[in-house]
Design a protein around this ligand. Structure first.
Ligand code: HEC
Length: 90
């Protein structure tokens, strides 16, 4: 399956700001959930972060996003979080 296109990436940016931001902070500097900035996530495995996004963390407030997000969406989000806003190459 293909990586999310530009329109989908714009939707995912909105999700990050609004939904994820509700817990992780509007600028993802942390809140109820930990910071999701490039500095906080340096050296992390994008596949592992994508798995956390899809499955959530049972026993914590981090909800599962499977159903709303495809594997490709989650992978793009993980890489976007690790790299910061530079991850908008076509
Ligand atoms: C209801 C609150 C809430 C929402 C909404 C939420 N998260 Fe989380 N998230 C958390 C919490 C709390 C943790 C820490 C869980 C733990 O203790 O391991 C977490 C952990 C994570 C982690 C793992 C961080 C690490 O360092 O291992 C990632 C990645 C993540 N969230 C991404 C997202 C994304 C992307 C979204 C939006 C699609 C999102 N979260 C929405 C609460 C939330």
């Amino acid at each position: 399956m293909a990586a999310p296109d530009a329109a989908r990436r714009a939707e995912l940016e909105g999700l990050l700001r609004n939904d994820c931001g509700a817990c992780h902070g509007g600028r993802l500097h942390g809140g109820l959930g930990p910071a999701l900035t490039p500095a906080a996530l340096a050296g992390r495995d994008p596949a592992a972060l994508a798995a956390t996004i899809l499955a959530g963390r049972p026993g914590t407030p981090m909800p599962p996003w499977r159903g709303l997000l495809s594997e490709e969406d989650a992978r793009w989000l993980a890489e976007r979080l690790i790299m910061g806003e530079r991850n908008d190459a076509p």
